[in-house]
Design a protein around this ligand. Structure first.
Ligand code: SAH
Ligand code: SF4
Ligand code: F3S
Length: 402
């Protein structure tokens, strides 16, 4: 369905016609599935607060970029696209509010105004609930610079108010947020904050509401879903959601290898509506590098997890994340990752070049692997994985299991 048609249907549902009141918002999303869901919740909230939505940036009174901070390359891209929009701001001939929201906002805080003087609002992921009011304030006093960051968690009301916004028959449901793992390369714990779980009753009731709106395919989201502690643990939560009538397909992401248990695999095997698919980021095949990354497992531990997953969930698929060029990574370390990829035989792998991020421990180690070596290692893993995925007769590249 065309997006504008979806907006219209949604507006009708809350008894409002398009453009009736408030300003037109253009919202663009970068980053992970959690950001996709955050954007939907934000759209739901904005519509409830009297804004309308547009797919055309040129038509918008409010431009919002919901952003990702996990790699520098993605950040540079955001500043470059947003910069183009910022340049046109004066020429547009009517007031316009530009907001940087999400993980980059939490990372940059007020420094974002130095980098991008055209911004009116900087709003981190835990403060999105306050964004509609901030937009109104920004129209009221255009010279003010509004910074909303630093909240340790978000109001449950954010979920309740935005929850009704769905696009099609699939939906993401956030079950936990934040991360306590502090992998040495990763900025996520600094921008999303510490782990906290939504009560299981809230999760189940959100799923039921979405089923009533025609959703049948669900993905439960969290930075590390297996750390879920919302009154029950994650395998129990998964089971509770699988049992909701109308849930035809259920999956989840992401699992940290140190916390994925046999009980989780048993629940996956038991319910026909749970997808037999596990995303289990390995990051590196070298124990020395895994230790420096603070991942909390060795390759042998990882291998054993995969063996029991495959034993319990017959025909289960598996995907992973890998980083090449972590500080001090030698050819020998890299070869261990190559061997790991060969021996596990992933159905799909997302492969990243290491990029130093602010606040992280690894950023203090120096970025000593030359770009040329990172690129070569990246290419080697990409073509190796392409070959493996082809052998497994999956579409290569896109990690698309449909
Ligand atoms: N919580 C999830 C996702 C984290 S971000 C998890 O733990 O798996 C997604 C992926 O980005 C990570 O798995 C990692 O492979 C990659 N990544 C994170 N920080 C990175 C960095 N500084 N440079 C390159 N890749 C990075
Ligand atoms: Fe980042 Fe590690 Fe947490 Fe994943 S588990 S979000 S990679 S710190
Ligand atoms: Fe990026 Fe934030 Fe997700 S840093 S990966 S959008 S949690």
């Amino acid at each position: 369905m065309e997006t504008s048609k979806i907006y219209k249907d949604l507006l009708e549902r809350v008894g409002r016609s398009e453009g009736e009141r408030g300003s037109k918002v253009y919202l663009r999303t970068f980053g992970c599935q959690m950001n996709v869901r955050d954007s939907q919740l934000l759209k739901g909230l904005l519509l409830q607060e009297g804004f309308s939505l547009t797919d055309r940036e040129q038509d918008a009174d409010v431009v919002i970029f919901n952003t990702c901070a996990v790699r520098k390359h993605a950040e540079d891209r955001v500043f470059s696209i947003l910069g183009g929009i910022g340049k046109r701001k004066e020429r547009i001939g009517r007031p316009r509010v530009i907001a940087l929201v999400g993980c980059m906002a939490e990372e940059w805080k007020e420094r974002a105004f130095e980098k991008a003087g055209y911004l009116n609002i900087v709003c981190g992921p835990n403060d999105l609930y306050r964004l509609p009011l901030a937009i109104r304030n920004a129209f009221f006093s255009p010279d003010r610079r509004i910074v909303l960051v630093g909240s340790p968690s978000r109001e449950e009301d954010f979920y309740r108010k935005g929850n009704w916004f769905v696009e099609g028959e699939s939906a993401f449901v956030i079950v936990m947020e934040g991360c306590n793992n502090f992998c040495s390369y990763c900025i996520v714990p600094y921008v999303r904050g510490r782990e906290r779980s939504r009560p299981w009753q809230e999760v189940v009731s959100e799923v039921k509401k979405l089923v009533a709106q025609g959703v049948s395919k669900f993905t439960l989201l969290g930075q590390n879903v297996n750390s879920y502690q919302g009154g029950v643990d994650f395998p129990d939560l998964l089971e509770k959601v699988a049992m909701v009538e109308g849930v035809k397909s259920l999956s989840f992401a992401t699992s940290h290898p140190k916390d994925a248990t046999d009980r989780l695999f048993e629940v996956m095997a038991r319910y026909p509506n749970i997808e037999k698919y596990l995303h289990l980021p390995l990051q590196s095949g070298s124990d020395r590098i895994l230790k420096l990354m603070n991942r909390g497992y060795t390759f042998e531990d990882y291998r054993r997890k995969v063996d029991s997953y495959r034993q319990i969930v017959s025909g289960g698929k598996i995907s992973t994340d890998l980083i090449v060029g972590f500080p001090t990574e030698t050819e020998e370390d890299f070869q261990k990752t190559v061997e790991a990829v060969k021996s596990i035989g992933f159905d799909c792998a997302y492969i990243f070049k290491y990029s130093p991020r602010p606040f992280t421990k690894a950023s203090m180690m120096g970025d000593d692997v030359p770009l040329e070596a990172k690129e070569r290692r990246h290419q080697i893993l990409l073509s190796l994985q392409k070959e493996i995925s082809l052998q497994k007769k999956d579409k290569f590249g896109g990690c698309d299991f449909s």
